[in-house]
Ligand binder design. Structure first.
Ligand code: DUR
Ligand code: ZN
Length: 134
């Protein structure tokens, strides 16, 4: 189920929600706005933004914000996440987010989305092969 292909409509929604979420980023230090949209196995959607802090190391990425929202609602299985920023290059999840997300499945589809709505789909396990497990 979590490996299934997204429909065209779901991809459109992923793009739309992650681009829209970006506007709510709290990033007064980096000024780098990131938005994420996460689709779970039951068809629920969760958005997330990066939330920075005056203590810089306390920053939370958009991807983890979306995951934490979903997980704290009881969801555990995910199909895809979209990640948007204003950068002209694709914004790729950082190392912490890769490890954080892979806890919930290595087949997660990650849609890297540019402001012009073009996207690149990657699979989480290809971004983090041989990941740490207990
Ligand atoms: O995939 C990414 C990469 C970076 N950031 C955030 C963290 C920080 O707030 C800002 C600059 O690194 O962008 C994300 O939210 N997601
Ligand atoms: Zn991150």
């Amino acid at each position: 189920m979590s490996k299934r292909e997204l429909t065209k409509a779901e991809i459109e929604k992923l793009i739309e929600l992650s681009i829209k979420a970006k506007d709510k980023a709290y990033c007064p230090y980096s000024k780098f706005h990131v938005g994420a949209a996460l689709l779970d196995e039951n068809g629920n959607w969760y958005t997330g933004v990066n939330v920075e802090n005056a203590s810089y190391g306390g920053a939370i990425c958009a991807e983890r914000t979306a995951f934490v929202k979903a997980i704290s609602e009881g969801q555990r299985k995910f199909v895809a996440i979209g990640v948007s920023s204003d950068a002209s290059e694709y914004t790729r999840p950082c190392g912490i987010c890769r490890q954080f997300m892979i806890e919930f499945g290595e087949h997660l589809q990650i849609f890297l989305i540019k402001p012009d709505r073009s996207y690149l789909k990657v699979i989480l396990k290809d971004l983090l092969p041989d990941h740490f497990k207990l």
